[in-house]
Design a protein around this ligand. Sequence first.
Ligand code: ADP
Ligand code: MG
Length: 275
Amino acid sequence: MTETTDHGTAPELSGEAISVRGVGKTYDAAAGPVRALMPTDLEVRPGEFVVLLGPSGCGKTTLLRMLAGLISPTEGTIEIGGRPLFTGKDNKPARDTLGSLGFVFQAPNLMPWRKVWRNIALPLEAKGIGRAERKRRAVELAELVGLGEFLDHYPKALSGGMQQRVAIARALIHRPSILLMDEPFGALDAMTRDTMNLLLQRLWLDTGKTVVLVTHSISEAVFLADRVVLLSQRPGRVQDVVEVDFERPRDLAVSGDTRFADMVGGLRKQLGGHA
Ligand code: ADP
Ligand code: MG
């Protein structure tokens, strides 16, 4: 999709590929080194929806934070759209590559004194984009996530699910090609979570972005994913990769399908009660 803006911002990128080769992480903790992730390989196709599933403490957040350029790997390389994420001898994330990435955490982390639209538009302020353009883009994204009527509300007036919609819109405002999500719906009740899963699927189908989402919910993983990457207990390793080929868009009734139940059962068995 091309668009002209008054600030010549980059055109919207469709999904880019992610390439993870031999990426591992050992933390330097006070009590000694902690091996959080064994050297891991993962190729995510452009526009693919990949879910990382695994027990608590297996290194899911560690891997996602490395993909986001927030922490650097101890070993291995990460490429985003064919460009190395970490460059130079200090292994710093490359600025232009970071622009391809949007990140959503479990907590929405909104600024309580800012209205919805100004929370969504926040990342554009640092880029020096004018108010009219910021608002136009925030409105567009608020509508995309079903918050068109709440632009002038403050976060405290919103439910948890609505706050997380604001966080998703904010993650998309700089038009990343890749959306990285760390247990984004983990704090929500089951019904809101279902609604958010449907919303995220539609958003992904409409925008063609690449998504990597972390969860420890097996059914959420199977519902959302093109591929589920199962990580073993700490230190995490890729234990299995499961292709999920249900037609899109999926509706919630797919969880009643016997093949769905079989996939969930198979993953649960491999997790051995650790999820
Ligand atoms: P997950 O997201 O799968 O629950 P994490 O990636 O958060 O797992 O953590 C993986 C392992 O690394 C855990 O054992 C955790 O205690 C450890 N860990 C995470 N962050 C740090 C850190 N900054 N320093 C030391 N150890 C850490
Ligand atoms: Mg985590």
